[in-house]
Each structure stands twice: as structure tokens, then as C-alpha cells.
Ligand binder design. Sequence first.
Ligand SMILES: NC(=O)c1ccc[n+]([C@@H]2O[C@H](COP(=O)([O-])OP(=O)(O)OC[C@H]3O[C@@H](n4cnc5c(N)ncnc54)[C@H](OP(=O)(O)O)[C@@H]3O)[C@@H](O)[C@H]2O)c1
Length: 327
Amino acid sequence: MADLVRWGILGAGGIAGTVGAEIAATPGNEVAAVGSRDADRAAALAGRLAAPRCYGSYAELAADPDVDVVYVATTHGQHHEHALLALRAGRPVLVEKAFTLNARQAREVVAEARSRRLFCMEAMWMRLNPLVRTARAVAESGRIGELISVRADLSARFEYDPEHRLYDLAAGGGALLDLGIYPATFTWLFLGRPDSVQAVGSLSPTGSDASVAVQWLYHDGRFAQIASTTLGQNPLAGLIAGTEGWISVNGRVSRPTSITIHDTTGDEVLPDTLPGRGYGPEVAEVERCLRAELESPLVPLDETVAILEVLDGVRAQLGVHYPADFQ
Ligand SMILES: NC(=O)c1ccc[n+]([C@@H]2O[C@H](COP(=O)([O-])OP(=O)(O)OC[C@H]3O[C@@H](n4cnc5c(N)ncnc54)[C@H](OP(=O)(O)O)[C@@H]3O)[C@@H](O)[C@H]2O)c1
């Protein structure tokens, strides 16, 4: 690989520009090319990110031999197709969350990457956030005693629009895959796979989940309460409770503003010190893995698949089905 990791961005929408700017700002990395369904959109984003090449199709981007990794930044409904496109062209991939619409699609992408011995990772940047990693290390250290429960929420108001990807079932619409994937992954970091799951929710007029509230239960008595809604805000981010104390994660689980560790000695507050929009650790982890190993131990592919298996079960309980579930 060249000294600089050369990124190709697939899809020129909102998150492509945000993460693309952080790639361009991370030493050791550059945006080498942008691919869009629309050549003008590709050229505009390439111009903003000082990328030397742009393409009016995703296939041309995937075929570019001077791209070291493709960042799949399209909507969830397209991740399966676009990750496979890049992998089959021989490119490692970073795939936006939700990695795919369901566990079957995720297993297919992971199998393709492993059979070709190509790097593949879900862009679950929260797992790489230093405060989230600290919270996990503190919980594992026993400082707050035995873990009892986790509560986590990520919510944001999105005006109802049947055309918007959040309400479009073909695009993987719904609070769960767009927002709920964060508190679900957050909970998994502390408690792992639940033994049983109970979900309730409300649907939008298109049949996508507008609000979802889930309990994860464990045979040993531990439990989690996880929620997301696209109808409004919720100030709760994350709370990990143990027999001797708790850790509260403040702001948003995806990027906390601070964490508070409460133990027998009192409160310790650790503030966020990450620069920019907070995607730097994700970019750095991709760069590290491309130089050293095929899968990130911090964002394990097997857990990406396993969490989607749990979310498939949640959607089944809510009655939310995507066309891709029947393929
Ligand atoms: N990590 C994060 O913090 C974060 C934040 C927001 C969103 N996301 C995730 O990033 C993904 C994209 O979200 P976004 O907010 O960037 O969406 P967006 O602004 O709508 O952009 C998505 C892009 O996907 C491409 N696309 C390809 N096929 C499409 C189709 N059939 N319908 C619509 N778009 C299609 C389009 O790019 P071209 O037209 O240029 O080809 C479009 O601009 C989602 O999976 C979302 O969950 C992650």
C-alpha cells in the first residue's frame, strides 16, 4: 500500500461529505476518488475534499486500482449491493451503519470479504469513541461492581415524509436501523447477546417503526432497556449500573459529551476531547487494519452480524418487514 491510505467514497450524500472531510483531515489518509450515480454530484464532493478523481457510477469507483479502501456511504437499503460490488472488484470496505438491512445480507457480505481475504468493517464509530471505550474498560475492571443493567437511547425528530429514507421501507426506513442500532450496539458492548428480547413500538403510516422500546433479558437477572424514536428528542444517552456504582454516558451514545463514573469514592467526570465531528478514531482504525490485519477486533464482524440477528427479531415483533427480508 502507498504511504497514504487512498480512500474511495461511494455515494455523495450527507454522511459522505462529513466523514470524507475527517478522512481528508486525518494524517496518513486522503480521499482519492468519489463515485456517485450523478457525475456532477461526484465532481462537487471531490472538489470539496480535494479528491483527484471522480466518477459518475459506483462501478467505475470500485474498479479504480488506486483506491485502497471503499467507504460505502449510501442508504442502508443499498449497502449489501454496494459492499459486494466493491469487494468483488477487490477493494476492502468500510460500510456505513446499519451495515445491511438484515442478518442474512450481513452474513453474505462478511462471507465475501473473508473468502477474498479483504478488510471489511461496519462504520460503527461509537465503538471507537474514547469515552465509550473508557466506559467499557471501567465496567470490565469491576470498579462499579457486578453489572446489573444498561439503559440506552438515541432519538431525533425527523419530520414525517414518505419519500425520506427514514420512512421508506425499501431503503431500510425506521428508527431501529437508523438510530436504535447505536443503543443496541452500546448495550451489547456491556452485556453481550441477550437471552430473550421483548419489543414494543409504534409504526409510521408507511409501516416503518417510528418508535421502538426493547427489553433485553439475561438468564442471570441482568437486563437492558433500549429505545429510539424519530418523533422527538430524548435526553437519556446511556447508563450502566452495577452493584457498587454506575457510569452515565452524557450527550449521545454515538458521541458522548462526557461520562460520569460514580463509585464508592464519588463522581469522576471525563469530558469529550475528540476534535472535529468525532470520526477520526474510525478513520485511524481502518488505516491501522489495512496495514496490519483483516478484521478490526474493536468492531468485530461477527458482532455486527449477531446484533442484526437480534434486530431482525425486534422488527419481527414490531411487524416491520423490508422487501429484502423476503429475498
Ligand atoms: N455514521 C454516522 O454518524 C451517520 C450519520 C448519518 C447517516 N449515516 C448512515 O449513512 C448512510 C447514508 O446516510 P445519509 O444521511 O448520508 O443519506 P443521504 O444524504 O440521503 O445520502 C445517501 C446517498 O446514497 C446514495 N444512494 C444510492 N442509491 C440510493 C437510493 N436508492 N436512494 C437514495 N440514495 C441512494 C446517494 O448518493 P449519490 O446519489 O451521490 O450516488 C445518496 O446521496 C445511511 O446508512 C445512514 O444510516 C451514518
